[in-house]
Design a protein. Structure first.
Ligand code: FAD
Length: 552
């Protein structure tokens, strides 16, 4: 076996090179010896953070540099300000306006562009695969590798596991030691196993997704005006379906509506009245987390703006080719797709964006269960139990929510293990937060707001170095906002059902005022001053020159 070090420049950082053979996990490891005099940071605890999203990025910026040496491991070398992602797909903002680089000399955070594949609790290491030359784990769900990393796995797709695997994408495998580990790898889109969705739908989680949506919309308009396109195909190409009427689906439909009716129609006057946006949901109403009156207002306003809202509709399948076509159905971006619903049957669409909620990535559902040995040293406490089995002999797994759900954490965001006898053990140095974690005491919603609060809370507690003495994490609802198109928005003011002494407050704000508050709020929440100014400037510029209609 030839031991090679994929990162010579990291020789003294504690990262261990691993021999990797395709098809096998790892054959041997060899620790690097630190050179004398190279251990200046050894007194600081290494906090390895998996993920560069709302949870991971915020935490890394808040940890004390006197005590900790944070290291982010993520396939994404940037942080995405997700609340404004729909604005980039509709040309209101540039893609670069909403990302912050993870590497920043001022922040003093180490970064490795890799995906975590497994955790060894006994050795306190994370096994990683470099993803530097990959399109990105969270970006493109179309390679078999990425299909395997999703909620449904390969069995629900007609792609054979290795069929779409690009050999050059396989990255170096190596181990990274940690003193404390924070798991914040987020969630993937849930497709409920609907046939054809994983392969043919677009998802909306990352910058790559927003780019694909914008490009496809522009592509459909150009295809529609080609001389040989039939009127029927033109209608199908310009029918844009969005499945899921939660905040992401609603905001995307609203932003695309603005883009198409205010900007694109001026470029394609011959297509007047043909483009259509259709929003599907199985629930009887949209934005179920908002109060009834706000949800109704959203539905009525969006309908009046030309968005077709189909609630209580069940999507059965999605495939390439026009309605009525016979198999085999092959991907052909020059033509439309067919979306089938139980209620309306087959319908031609130019694009289908799937935004129906969260499922756990494979790292959470499967990889973490590969616990080799009982990690005696890592255990903080074991819950008393009537079981007789000695913990060392029992087989332990990470404790998770129902149906391959998120990692269950205690009030201090510490990850828990569970054995087959039902005993629970709390890990001392392994934490989870954000979409992939669920505090047992009461789950906050899977939002940036919650991930942000959790990471700030954890950073604060770790900085104090006094976990046991502090009150556990509790989520504070600061309200919810959603953009519903044509400079209108909704703002839900938090209340606990019974408005009691707060009854003088309105239950929410809606319309143009809410849209103004929505804009001000997101400018103020945008992380860097550079992006705050760029966002404000672009929104002002759009008023005079319209949105960016270019297609890359
Ligand atoms: P994420 O922010 O998703 O970050 C996960 C990170 O983990 C990513 O960097 C990813 O690359 C990385 N990763 C994935 N797999 C691995 C692996 N194996 N190893 C290492 N790293 C890995 N919430 C709100 O509160 N308000 C809003 O207005 C709002 N709007 C939204 C709009 C859109 C379009 C979307 C998609 C979400 C929106 N949300 C909003 C929800 C919010 O973005 C999420 O709840 C939040 O991002 C969760 O943070 P997280 O850190 O758990 O995960």
């Amino acid at each position: 076996l030839r031991i090679r070090n994929p990162f010579p420049c990291l020789a003294h950082s504690g990262i261990v090179p691993v021999v990797y053979t395709p098809g096998r996990r790892c054959l041997a490891t060899q620790s690097e010896q630190s050179a004398p005099g190279q251990e200046s940071d050894n007194k600081k605890e290494r906090v390895v953070i998996l993920g560069s999203g709302w949870g991971g990025y915020t935490l890394s910026r808040r940890l004390s540099r006197k005590t900790y040496a944070p290291l982010i491991i993520s396939p994404r070398s940037y942080f995405v300000f997700t609340p404004l992602l729909t604005n980039t797909a509709s040309g209101s903002l540039d893609f670069s306006n909403i990302v912050e680089p993870v590497r920043d000399p001022r922040a003093k955070v180490d970064f490795i562009q890799a995906a975590a594949r497994a955790v060894n609790l006994k050795k306190k290491t994370v096994l990683c695969e470099a993803t530097v030359v990959k399109s990105g784990v969270t970006e493109s769900p179309r390679t078999a590798e990425e299909l395997r990393g999703t909620d449904e796995g390969p069995e629900t797709t007609n792609m054979k596991p290795m069929q779409a695997y690009r050999q050059w994408e396989q990255g170096e495998i190596f181990e990274v030691p940690y003193d404390k580990l924070v798991i914040a790898v987020g969630a993937v889109s849930r497709t409920f196993g609907t046939p054809g969705v994983r392969e043919n739908a677009m998802f909306f989680k990352d910058i790559g997704d927003a780019k694909r949506v914008k490009r496809r919309v522009r592509e459909c308009f150009e295809l529609a005006v080609l001389p040989l396109t039939t009127p029927e195909m033109r209608k199908w190409l310009l029918n844009f379906a969005i499945v899921g009427a939660g905040p992401t689906g609603i905001e995307l439909a609203a932003s695309l509506r603005d883009f198409i009716y205010s900007d694109l129609m001026a470029l394609y006057p011959s297509l007047d009245e043909i483009p259509k946006i259709t929003l599907y949901d199985v629930a009887p109403k949209v934005l179920s987390m908002f109060d009834e009156s706000l949800s109704r207002y959203a539905m009525e306003t969006m309908k009046s703006e030309g968005i077709d809202i189909k609630t209580s509709h069940h999507v059965k399948s999605l495939r390439w080719g026009p309605p009525g076509a016979s198999p085999p159905y092959q991907m052909d971006p020059k033509r439309c797709l067919t979306l089938t619903t139980e209620e309306d049957g087959e319908l031609g669409v130019g694009m289908c964006v799937w935004a129906t909620g969260n499922a756990m990535p494979k790292f959470i559902t499967e990889s973490l269960d590969l616990i080799d040995a009982y990690p005696t040293d890592s255990i903080h406490s074991i819950e008393s139990s009537t079981a007789r089995t000695e913990p060392e002999n029992a087989s332990w797994k990470f404790k998770k929510g129902p149906r391959k759900g998120p990692l269950l954490v205690d009030g201090y965001l510490r990850v828990q293990l569970q054995n087959e006898t039902g005993q629970t053990a709390v890990l001392r140095d392994v934490f989870a937060l954000g979409d992939n974690a669920m505090p047992e005491s009461g789950a906050p919603p899977a939002t940036a707001q919650a991930a942000n609060q959790e990471s700030k809370w954890l950073a604060n507690r770790l900085n104090k170095g006094d976990l046991a003495q502090t009150p556990p994490f509790s989520f504070r609802d600061l309200g919810t906002m959603a953009y519903i198109g044509n400079e209108r928005a909704l703002m839900q003011i938090p209340h606990n059902g019974d408005r009691g002494s707060n009854s003088f407050l309105p239950e929410g704000i809606k319309g143009h005022t809410a849209s103004l508050i929505w804009k001000m709020a997101y400018i103020s929440m945008t992380i860097s001053w550079r992006n705050k100014l760029r966002v404000a400037f672009r929104w002002t510029l759009n008023k005079f020159f319209g949105r960016d209609v270019s297609r890359f």
